[in-house]
Design a protein around this ligand. Structure first.
Ligand code: B12
Length: 333
């Protein structure tokens, strides 16, 4: 494509994407992210990589390793819906895991974007990934200039903040890259101070100590890790809640009176007692469903211990009596 055509597509993809609800869209070449291979390999070698990440370093940093024809990466950020805050004593679900699963929402939205592009004569092929694909999404998003990597590791979009999920749209045509933007965290230490795992601001980032990871891990947690979970049932937003760049959005969320807002709070006993059917209805449609029911029940059990919920003792005696304690919980008795 000549430069006029490239500009035409760049302007229009951004326009269509905005109309579909994306809050930031940028372009970068399909060149590998230089230097990221060493970081990823070191994470693997030192046991810091989570089981949720691919181990093939080349596939993670080089778009052409997965699709030889790839020329351009489009990075797109989609806002998380407004939510209602948890009440005292409730378990907490992170914003990315309430409401309809963002993987599904983005799949539909990206399919619509692709349809619009094709209807308007997009001359090439395209592929996309949301979260579960091999490429390190934040690294391409930052190179595509849609935000900077905050001290809390999040991609922060200027004027919007970090409560977004990311998608990459891969194109087999060249579109000129956007410019990266500079870090705007300055000397702020808010996320460093609030992180329950005390891992922010230290290198390398100890992903497996992050509360978000612990809520999703099926490994047996140490007594200290159990306490660290607090009332977390799935994910953790601590480092984003205090970020100055999220305060405008958080204020809007607080005053949002939409009857369709999803609650982040869950009743702990109800979650501990989840039946298969309740799990399917309440959680499987959200991004908190992918690790299954047992891990949510374990987290609810630990949260009840942490807040000394008086309903736990009778629950224990009843379930001990009829030997119906879920296996994932027995190691914490
Ligand atoms: C595994 C994973 C996790 C793990 C590990 C997280 C981690 N920090 O590595 C766990 C389970 C802990 C996790 C938690 C969360 N995650 Co997560 N996670 C992923 C996943 C699948 C891979 C991440 C990965 O590769 N990590 C390895 C490190 C090296 O990469 P990274 O942190 O993503 O990116 C770093 C590098 O790119 C580096 N970098 C950027 N450019 C360059 C250039 C060079 C040369 C170098 C050396 C480095 C470098 O900067 C980044 C920060 O250090 C991505 C989706 C994807 N496919 O990318 C989502 C993703 C990163 N997660 C996301 C979200 C929303 C979360 C949570 C907020 C969910 C929650 N509320 O609990 C938390 C936040 C925790 C945190 N502070 O990071 C979003 C991020 C949105 C955003 N605004 O940044 C993603 C992109 C999913 C999505 N599609 O939206 N996650």
């Amino acid at each position: 494509m000549d430069s006029d055509e490239q500009l035409h597509w760049k302007i229009n993809i951004k326009k269509w994407g905005c109309e579909l609800g994306f809050v930031a869209i940028g372009f970068t070449s399909a060149e590998p992210v230089d230097g990221l291979d060493q970081l990823l390999q070191a994470r693997i070698d030192r046991g810091l990589a989570t089981p949720f990440e691919g181990k093939e370093v080349k596939q993670r940093i080089d778009p052409k390793a997965g699709w030889q024809d790839c020329q351009t990466i489009t990075a797109l950020a989609y806002p998380l819906p407004y939510t209602l805050p948890p009440q005292e004593g409730e378990g907490v679900i992170a914003r990315s895991a309430v409401g309809e699963d963002y993987h599904r929402v983005l799949r539909q939205t990206l399919n619509r974007l692709v349809d619009i592009m094709r209807t308007n004569g997009w001359p090439g092929n395209l592929r996309w990934q949301v979260d579960t694909g091999p490429l390190v999404e934040r690294a391409f998003a930052v190179r595509a200039g849609i935000g900077w990597i905050g001290r809390n590791q999040q991609l922060i979009i200027p004027g919007y903040g970090s409560f977004v999920v990311l998608a990459l749209l891969l194109l087999d045509r060249e579109i000129a890259s956007d410019r990266s933007i500079s870090d705007q965290c300055g000397v702020c230490q808010s996320c460093v101070e609030v992180c329950p795992a005390h891992i922010i601001g230290k290198e390398p980032f100890a992903s497996k100590d992050c509360v978000s990871y612990l809520t999703q891990s099926k490994e047996t947690l140490s007594p200290e890790e159990c306490k660290r979970l607090g009332t977390g049932i799935f994910g953790c937003d601590s480092c984003q809640d205090v970020c100055p760049h999220n305060q405008k959005r958080l204020k809007e969320e607080q005053t949002d009176l939409s009857p369709f807002s999803h609650r982040r709070g869950v009743d702990l006993l109800e979650t501990l007692n989840l039946s298969k059917r309740e799990f399917q209805e309440r959680f499987q449609v959200t991004a908190a469903g992918w690790r299954g029911k047992a891990v949510l029940q374990r987290n609810a059990y630990l949260a009840m211990q942490n807040v000394q919920d008086c309903r736990l003792k009778p629950w224990l005696s009843e379930h001990k009596k009829d030997k119906s304690i879920p296996p994932i919980i027995s190691s914490y008795l």
